[in-house]
Design a protein around this ligand. Structure first.
Ligand code: ADP
Length: 389
């Protein structure tokens, strides 16, 4: 009900109730008068007193003969005033209680919010305008609560990420220091061992570089400061070069890194460095999430009608179906005992997906499930120049 209609209704009650009660009291007084008046003095019957003219005459006679009877009129007047005041008081206090209880509830709620307590619920009001206010207040409380939750989750994710990144940086640094010390101590006694040690150092430095690049790309994506430098390029060349660059890393993990590239040209609009980052992230994941039985990683390109598919196929630990949609979220890592020992920042796939999108393409991962390997698929449209498809 609207406040205005409520006030109108209360005003009506405030008029109708005292009027009815005054009428009742007056009727009682008149009935008593009719019953008690000595009718023989006026030579009329009691029934005839119901005639207003005769009743008026009787009243005048009674008043002139009994001056004390004015007291009855005063009593009647006092009763009328009491009835009016009591009815008005009861109606207004009921009315104000109804409004103030909701306002008091809102004030109390505002105090709670100020004190940081958001876990309560606001009961609405019968009055439309106040109820709307209660609803808006409750909506504000809910959005503050979810913002608080998000902030806590974000804080948690950030601290997890810092912990993971520190671990990711510490492991290769420790390893590099170990190999450098070994070389200094003369343990790399022949050129072959020295070449192997340097290979490991190079591979560990690659992973540090990759992590730092991911972090800086992520922060630039978050701050919308990522600029793309597109050139028309041949995707096969980039896949081939990146594979050559990461072959040693894969071999160190006991995996062969094979390429099966389409013989047809596949010219696309490429930001060379950023797309290289995409491939590196996918290759690094295939190395990281290998099984003891894993043998190889395959980089494949396939021409389609309007674009080219690039696939990174591994025979690693695979991904459960229900996890496949969530792995692209920033900082998301599958929480499983079998991957607990593999550290990561949870940034790789999110960045890769965003960078592919900026190339006008799509990235999606497919896996048949646990231990069934994973295929990362990328689709890139062909560059739209005259001499192409
Ligand atoms: P992380 O730094 O954890 O590797 P990513 O964003 O690259 O972060 O990957 C998110 C999650 O997806 C990983 O934690 C991992 O569980 C899963 N994942 C990604 N690539 C693969 C893959 N090739 N095989 C199995 N699981 C993968």
């Amino acid at each position: 009900m609207k406040i205005k209609s409520y006030f109108r209704r209360c005003n009506l009650v405030m008029l109708a109730v005292p009027a009815a009660m005054i009428l009742l009291v007056s009727a009682l007084f008149l009935a008593l008068f009719i019953l008690k008046f000595p009718v023989e003095q006026l030579y009329v019957t009691r029934i005839q007193l119901l005639n207003p003219v005769l009743l008026f005459d009787a009243a005048l006679k009674f008043l002139s003969e009994n001056p004390m009877a004015v007291g009855y009129i005063v009593l009647w007047l006092v009763l009328c005033v009491i009835i009016t005041v009591a009815a008005t008081f009861i109606a207004t206090s009921k009315m104000s209680k109804k409004i103030t209880s909701s306002i008091e509830e809102l004030t109390e709620a505002a105090e709670r919010v100020k004190g940081g307590n958001l876990a309560f619920e606001i009961i609405g009001s019968d009055m439309e305008e106040i109820d709307e206010l209660c609803v808006s207040f409750d909506e504000m409380r809910c959005s503050l609560m979810s913002a608080e939750k998000n902030e806590a989750a974000l804080k948690n994710e950030r601290s997890m990420m810092i912990a993971n990144i520190s671990h990711d940086l510490k492991t290769p640094v420790t390893s590099i220091k170990g190999y450098v010390d070994a070389i200094n101590d003369g343990l790399a006694s022949n050129p072959e061992t020295l070449r192997r040690y340097l290979g490991v150092i190079r591979s560990k430095a690659n992973s540090i570089e990759s992590l730092i690049n991911n972090m800086s790309t992520m922060s630039r994506i978050e701050m919308s400061r990522l600029t793309m430098n597109f050139d028309e390029g041949e995707i096969n060349d980039l896949v081939y070069e990146t594979a050559a660059e990461y072959r040693a890393d894969a071999e160190l993990a006991g995996l062969a890194l094979e390429t099966a590239l389409t013989s047809e040209p596949a010219p696309v609009r490429l930001d060379y460095e950023k797309f290289r980052r995409v491939l590196i992230n996918l290759i690094e994941n295939s190395i990281k999430y290998r099984r003891a039985e894993s043998k190889k990683i395959r980089l494949v390109t396939e021409n389609a009608e309007n674009g080219v598919y690039v696939r990174v196929i591994d025979d690693g630990i695979g991904i459960e179906k229900e996890e496949l949609n969530r792995i692209y979220d920033s900082f998301y890592r599958i929480d499983e005992a079998r991957t607990a020992h593999i550290k990561g920042s949870g940034l790789g796939l999110g960045i890769a997906k965003e960078l592919v999108k900026l190339h006008g393409g799509r990235l999606w991962l497919v896996s048949e499930g646990r231990d069934k390997g994973t295929t990362a698929n990328i689709y890139l449209p062909y560059a739209l120049s005259e001499n192409n498809h």
